[in-house]
Design a protein around this ligand. Structure first.
Ligand code: PGA
Length: 263
């Protein structure tokens, strides 16, 4: 992940767009439109089927990531995505533990294997965590703590700066979402994440691990307030990333906030 103060905008295209030409055209449009927003780092997560085509067209400002990864490089693992193959294509990021993958049965232990395999390859894992719901008590905090602790099992302290954590509460994701999380809810979770990491790694100072927020991020989300009042350093965007028209105002706001920070 970049080490400067830029804001990371991850576009999770899921199984969109339908055709290869459309993916190519959208990627081209991204590069043309977003190159002026130099304070943002864009990461596109296309379908793996479109990855080889798009990987030849990556630029400094627009990188590629996969929507998942397995932990073995090679062997009898039908249907899996090899970290080796990702590296070979020049893919720089990989999402790990998206709730749509977890719902297919993937465990925190699987996430730990994937994360360890990816960092060894120099690919930045973006670990998704998120509670199913908030029942009004603090039980969701335990759920998040367990996800972080188990998913980072075996990750050496020296690699902590090589990962990104995306907070994606399940109730805020996709077309059935209740609403996006508020800045206050996101900041509460940022504090939990940093505390768990500090405890796990016996850190003397608060870790500056990159945290992203994801879940119904759209023009209705006040990302400016989120960036100013929380310690998130970017967003993971699904539906609103599928059209440049919808995504551009978000990227522009992120760029402007980062520019103001730099004074
Ligand atoms: P959404 O998706 O922005 O459409 O809610 C986010 C995600 O699933 O990563």
């Amino acid at each position: 992940m970049d080490t400067n103060n830029s804001i990371t905008m991850v576009a999770n295209w899921k199984l969109n767009p339908k055709k290869q030409e459309q993916a190519e055209a959208l990627f081209k449009d991204y590069k043309k439109t977003f190159k002026k927003y130099t304070n943002t780092q864009l990461v596109v997560l296309p379908s793996m089927v479109h990855m080889p085509l798009l990987s030849k067209k990556q630029t400094k400002g627009v990188s590629l990531g996969s929507q998942d990864s397995f932990w073995e490089d090679t062997g009898s693992h039908t249907g899996s995505i090899s970290p080796f193959h990702l590296k070979d294509l020049g893919v720089m990021y990989a999402l790990v533990g998206h709730s749509e993958q977890r719902s297919l049965g993937q465990t925190n232990q699987d996430m730990a294997r994937k994360i360890n395999a990816l960092v060894k390859k120099g690919i930045t894992p973006i670990l998704c965590i998120g509670e199913k719901d908030r029942a009004g008590d603090a039980s969701f905090i335990t759920e998040l703590e367990t996800q972080i602790q188990e998913s980072l099992e075996g990750l050496p302290k020296s690699k902590l700066s090589k990962i990104v954590i995306a907070y994606e509460p399940l109730w805020a994701i996709g077309s059935d979402a209740k609403r996006p999380a508020t800045a206050q809810e996101v900041e509460e979770v940022c504090i939990v994440i940093r505390r768990v990491l500090s405890d796990m790694y016996a850190l003397k100072k608060i870790p500056d691990t990159r945290i992203l927020y994801g879940g119904s991020v759209s023009k209705k989300t006040d990302i400016e307030t989120m960036l100013e009042h929380t310690s998130v350093s970017g967003f993971l965007v699904g539906r609103a990333s599928l059209s440049v028209k919808k995504f551009e105002p978000l990227v522009q706001t992120a760029h402007d906030v980062a520019a103001n920070r730099q004074g």
